[in-house]
Design a protein around this ligand. Structure first.
Ligand SMILES: [Zn+2]
Length: 235
């Protein structure tokens, strides 16, 4: 008993024997869980494949996430994945979820704000679009695989191609695409204005209440003193 069973390595390389493992961070524990889950799923699919021979249990071609996106900061990576899955802040998606009455582009008033529109045509991001597609063409020419040009590449293809990820991340970092669906609209300003007047009227109401309470207290004090006066004098 009491024999060290765990060892950890210091940054300088020396091995330290410990009786207990060092505490793990929540993130590390979570990662452990999801790795285990992935492992279980893979083992289950393999078993199903052997049992049924059904091709749908075959492991996919690519299980690892895009390393370029994985290395990017969390917010940027999350915007990237939202745009990739289509569950993103575009007019089209917001109108579909009924959070907006229509799919109009709030930057340029084009009738449907799609990913395609934002990555290729919206005049608000013209400069950034130019940089994006120039870089995409350069990168896809440099590395093996199909060459990607603006006019012949769908957004699904663009976002699925790892050779383009850095250029897409750069595009997202320099635009508001996928971060908001447009500039703050008049509606929001109206809300802000009515909120301010709301606050003002609430404050006014409170002042009225305070005055009323003060008045009541004064009346009560007078009654009380009258009562004592009568008590003392007439009993
Ligand atoms: Zn637009």
């Amino acid at each position: 008993m009491g024999r060290p069973r765990f060892s950890t390595r210091e940054p300088d390389g020396t091995l330290i024997a410990r009786k207990f493992p060092l505490p793990r961070s929540i993130a590390n524990v979570k990662r452990g869980f999801s790795e285990q889950k992935r492992e279980d799923a893979r083992a289950w699919a393999k078993k199903q494949l052997v049992r049924t021979g059904n091709r749908k249990y075959r492991p996919g071609d690519k299980q690892k996430p895009d390393p370029t996106v994985a290395k990017a900061n969390k917010r940027l990576a999350s915007r990237f994945y939202q745009l990739k899955t289509g569950h993103c802040l575009t007019g089209q998606y917001l109108a579909w979820t009924t959070r907006r009455p229509d799919a109009t582009c709030c930057w340029c008033q084009y009738s449907i704000q799609t990913r395609e529109h934002l990555f290729k045509n919206c005049p608000q991001w013209r400069c950034q679009q130019k940089t994006l597609w120039t870089t995409v063409l350069e990168e896809t020419t440099k590395f093996p695989g199909p060459t990607r040009r603006r006019d012949r590449t769908s957004i699904a293809e663009l976002l699925a191609d790892e050779r383009c990820s850095q250029a897409v991340l750069q595009f997202l970092a320099t635009t508001d695409v996928g971060r908001t669906s447009g500039p703050p609209v008049a509606e929001d300003e109206e809300d802000a204005v009515s909120e301010a007047s709301d606050l003002e009227s609430r404050e006014q109401e409170e002042r009225i209440w305070e005055r009323r309470e003060e008045e009541e207290r004064r009346v009560m004090r007078r009654w009380r003193s009258l009562f004592f006066f009568s008590f003392v004098h007439f009993h």
